[in-house]
Design a binder for this molecule. Structure first.
Ligand code: GFB
Length: 316
């Protein structure tokens, strides 16, 4: 990928897209193409087609998606399946029509069966039933993988689906109803510290385990995979993860100590746990020269610093 190649980052204001833009700029890529949601509605087929026709991107990072934590997925499954299918279908098809050289499609580790053996290898895809809290989202992402493969097979394209574990970092969603667990815990502990609350309530039993990857490491993986993968195998798929997991209870203790909160933790058992275990096998990605760099505590510290120094939608 030349430093002046036309690179479209779809979803550049989101957690992953913004990290990809930061990294591409730091590496000297000069021709980045971005559009806000107001400028381009990716669910609008005609608008997407027109955009590709005008801009003719050579490379595409497809990081635009409707995403959210366990409750958002459970509450709005129709929006998750509808918007994701529309966005990815429009972007992938227009990329083909306009001769995009390479495209990276971002999915999620929830595409794998709920009870997959650990760590989860890429070949476990479609070998068992999905976790019900996010099956609509997962099915949309599985369709995206299949679409990349179908275009690779039939049209000889070079579309690479990559499946990250749970991500976190600057520009994450900190809304307590719709966010993922890590930003929710940062905000909950921060506010509990400020108001001197006696306890913090977290969802579920605290026993599920999750793997967390700092988003700058994810951006690094995206650029590494797009620039180094030759894509000779049409059914290519890569897991991106940190290689280790921890329980939600342990995570709460780490976040609490970084934020400096010393009250107690209460568990709300009326909220779902989701899948019990979800650790990715990342050996395939490591074989082609990528490794995560940021230890969890360091990533949480950086995210907390960003959180404290940013303006948030709920603030006056
Ligand atoms: O991150 P999270 O919302 O989603 O929740 P998933 C992970 C675990 O943290 C669950 C618990 O067991 C939650 O019950 N948890 C504890 C909390 N306290 C909280 C809290 O305050 N907020 C939240 N959100 N969780 C998502 C999928 O699954 O993972 C998506 O729904 C996607 O589709 C994403 O795949 C990466 O890890 O369970």
């Amino acid at each position: 990928m030349n430093k002046n190649a036309r690179i479209y980052v779809a979803g550049h204001r989101g957690l992953v897209g913004s990290a990809i833009v930061r990294k591409l700029k730091a590496e000297g890529y000069s021709h980045l193409i971005t559009r806000t949601h107001a400028e381009l509605d990716l669910t609008n087929q005609k608008a997407v087609e027109q955009f590709f026709n005008n801009e003719k991107p050579e490379y595409v990072f497809l990081a635009a998606a409707k995403v959210g934590g366990i409750m958002a997925n459970q509450t709005y499954p129709a929006e998750f399946i509808h918007q994701n299918l529309m966005i990815q279908t429009n972007v992938i098809h227009s990329s083909y029509v306009h001769g995009v050289k390479k495209l990276l499609f971002l999915g999620s580790s929830c595409i794998y069966p709920k009870m997959a053996s650990q760590p989860i290898k890429e070949e476990y895809l479609m070998t068992g039933p999905l976790e019900p809290t996010n099956s609509a989202y997962a099915v949309a992402k599985i369709a995206g993988i299949e679409m990349c493969w179908a275009y690779n097979k039939q049209y000889g394209t070079r579309y690479i689906p990559i499946m990250p574990t749970n991500l976190y970092g600057p520009n994450d969603n900190f809304d307590l109803e719709t966010s993922h667990v890590l930003p929710a815990l940062i905000r909950k502990f921060h506010e509990a510290k400020k108001t001197k609350a006696k306890s913090v309530t977290i969802w579920g039993t605290g026993t599920p385990k999750r793997e967390f990857l700092y988003v700058d490491d994810m951006a690094d993986a995206c650029i590494h995979l797009l620039t180094s993968t030759m894509n000779t195998n049409t059914e290519i798929l890569f897991n991106i993860g940190a290689g280790t997991d921890i329980s939600i209870e342990e995570l709460a203790q780490i976040v609490g100590s970084i934020v400096g909160y010393s009250g107690t933790i209460v568990y709300d058992h009326s909220k779902p746990d989701g899948t019990p275990l979800k650790r990715l096998d990342v050996s395939k990605t490591e074989k082609i020269g990528w490794k995560p760099k940021t230890p969890l505590a360091e990533g949480i510290r950086r995210t907390y610093t960003w959180f404290k120094t940013s303006r948030h939608p709920w603030e006056p």
